[in-house]
Structures are given as structure tokens and as C-alpha cells.
Design a protein around this ligand. Structure first.
Ligand code: KMH
Ligand code: ZN
Length: 302
């Protein structure tokens, strides 16, 4: 069976410092945790930046450049930069660092949607920083904007002009049809790497039936010529990615998606989650891909 690509999404832009003291926010913390995740078996590192003082999601090129060159020098893991950023950022903001860094790979969100964070906010009683509570509460009235024009722009500016390949993030069946539309227009290079996203309030729920159905429709739209990976938010992370591994798919872990390592236990590092899913994958009889194998599987420019 195909080797398994483990992606680790190191910090993201959803969780906030009050939710876990282990969430990496400074360049040193992001670098250290990303390198440990790669050493544990993650062949792809999905990266966002944070303001080092407040932990707030950041689109500043300088905040990305504080860790990207260090990662490039210290690991051969594939560096995958988010173009989703955070729903509060403009597309110009979201594209500033990816355009400067010219990564091999970046994320591309395949539709506009609600992206409500209040379930996470409801669990916090003490806030470390002033920005956190309004950031989470205001997500109740926010649209994560990824219109067809936005998608075209990212495909053009990152793909056609800079040679990046994509982690196509699909939160719903409708996003698979949007991806098919862009494949048919000739704007998307194969091989396709599709990330099925479960458990975001605004996207599909974390039900196993949804994963089965996503695969059925992706098979119908893309035939053999695609790879799927799964990420699931919060406590649904490990069960759904285990199911993906058993179905022949790939997996994503990381504190961007879940802060936990087990019920009521915070993960102290991203690497803990990589170690856990690696063990599960290997127990299922599958091998994990190295970064070199990942590049070949994904058709990256290297
Ligand atoms: N946090 C994930 C649910 C992106 O960076 O482009 C979505 C994500 C978006 O990873
Ligand atoms: Zn992300």
C-alpha cells in the first residue's frame, strides 16, 4: 500500500495561548517543535506565524522569516505555508509571506464558509491576552472568504508563477466540486493532494459517514489520480485520521488542529501527536513516507 504522508500543522491560527501553555508562538518555539515533529516522522510541516509577544496569528513576513530559513536549513521536511492564514486577514495579507518565501507547497481552501471558534472560547475562564476573547467571539460573525476569484489568484500567484503545489483543504462535499471545476479549467496540476477537514463549525461534522462519502465522491470526480489526507478538529483528530489511514489515506496532526494527546490531557509537543499516529499507522501495517518520498509522491519542485 502507498506510504503514509504525515503532515504536522504546528501552531495554526485558531487556538490561543490561554488554551494551552504548550502552543508554540515564538520563532524559537515554532522552530523547535517543527523540527521535533519532523524528526518523529512528519514529512510535511504546515506552517503559520504568530506575534512572538502576544501569540496572535500574524501575517507579517518578518514573523514567518524568523523561522522559515532556520527550518529550511535544519530539516528536509516539506515546508507547506498556509495561504488561509486566519479568517480575519485579507487575501493580500495571507499571500504576503507565501509569495516572499516561495515554498514548494502551500494550503488552498476551496470555498467560503463560516468558521466559528466559540466552542473553544467557552472552555476558557482566564485569559492571558486581551486579544483572545474578542478574537474568538467575533468569529461568530465572520466569513472565511475563499471565492472562486480568490482561489484563482492563489493558484496563479503561488502555482503558475512560483511553482508551488497545494494541500487542497476541503471542508465539505461542495469543495470537491469546486476543485473539480479548477481541474477542468486546467488551472490545477496533478497529482492532487486533498485534505478532508472535519469538525470546524461551519464545515462538515466529524462523522465517519462523512469521510466515507467524501471518498466516494472524490473517487468519482478524480478517479485514481488523487491522494486524500484527513484532519479533524479537537477530540475527533485521532479517531478520524486513524480511519483515514485504514482506508489508504494520509494523515494530519498538530496543535493547529487539536491541543490534546488523550482525553483531558494536553499535548506537550506537536511531536507527541506525530509519534502517536506513526505508531497507529505502523500497527496498521503501513509505512510512513520520508520527505524525499513525499516530494516524489506530491510532484514537488524540491
Ligand atoms: N486549521 C484548519 C482547519 C489553512 O491554513 O489554510 C484549516 C487550515 C487552513 O489549515
Ligand atoms: Zn492552517
Amino acid at each position: 500500500m502507498t506510504k503514509v504522508l504525515i503532515t504536522c500543522a504546528v501552531t495554526g491560527s485558531i487556538h490561543t495561548p490561554s488554551m494551552s501553555p504548550y502552543l508554540p508562538v515564538t520563532a524559537d518555539e515554532i522552530t523547535e517543535q517543527a523540527l521535533a515533529a519532523a524528526a518523529a516522522g512528519a514529512s510535511i510541516l504546515h506552517l503559520h506565524a504568530r506575534n512572538p509577544d502576544t501569540g496572535q496569528p500574524s501575517a507579517l513576513v518578518q514573523d514567518f522569516m524568523a523561522f522559515l530559513p532556520r527550518l529550511k536549513q535544519a530539516t528536509d521536511a516539506v515546508l507547506n505555508i498556509s495561504t488561509g492564514g486566519s479568517a480575519v486577514m485579507t487575501l493580500d495579507d495571507r499571500l504576503a509571506a507565501p509569495k516572499r518565501a516561495e515554498p514548494e507547497m502551500c494550503s488552498l481552501n476551496m470555498g467560503s464558509m463560516n468558521f466559528a471558534l466559540y466552542p473553544a472560547a467557552a472552555r476558557i475562564s482566564e485569559w492571558k491576552h486581551d486579544w483572545e476573547k474578542p478574537f474568538l467571539e467575533n468569529s461568530d460573525d465572520l466569513v472565511f472568504k475563499n471565492t472562486p476569484r480568490d482561489i484563482t489568484r492563489i493558484l496563479t500567484e503561488m502555482g503558475t508563477e512560483r511553482g508551488a503545489r497545494f494541500e487542497f483543504e476541503c471542508y465539505d462535499i461542495s469543495h470537491l466540486y469546486m476543485l473539480k471545476h479548477f481541474v477542468d479549467r486546467g488551472l490545477v496540476q496533478r497529482p492532487l493532494f486533498i485534505q478532508f477537514v472535519f469538525g470546524v463549525l461551519g464545515g462538515m461534522g466529524p462523522d465517519p459517514e462523512n469521510l466515507m462519502h467524501m471518498k466516494v465522491i472524490a473517487d468519482k470526480l478524480f478517479g485514481d489520480d488523487y491522494m486524500f489526507s484527513v484532519l479533524a478538529a479537537g477530540r475527533h483528530q485521532m479517531p478520524l485520521i486513524t480511519m483515514a489511514a485504514a482506508m489508504g489515506g494520509h494523515v494530519r496532526v498538530g496543535l493547529e488542529d487539536s491541543l490534546m494527546i488523550a482525553r483531558a490531557t494536553l499535548a506537550k509537543t506537536n511531536a507527541e501527536q506525530v509519534v502517536k499516529i506513526r505508531r497507529i499507522v505502523e500497527d496498521l501495517g503501513r509505512d510512513i513516507a520520508t520527505p524525499t518520498e513525499a516530494r516524489a509522491m506530491l510532484g514537488l519542485k524540491g
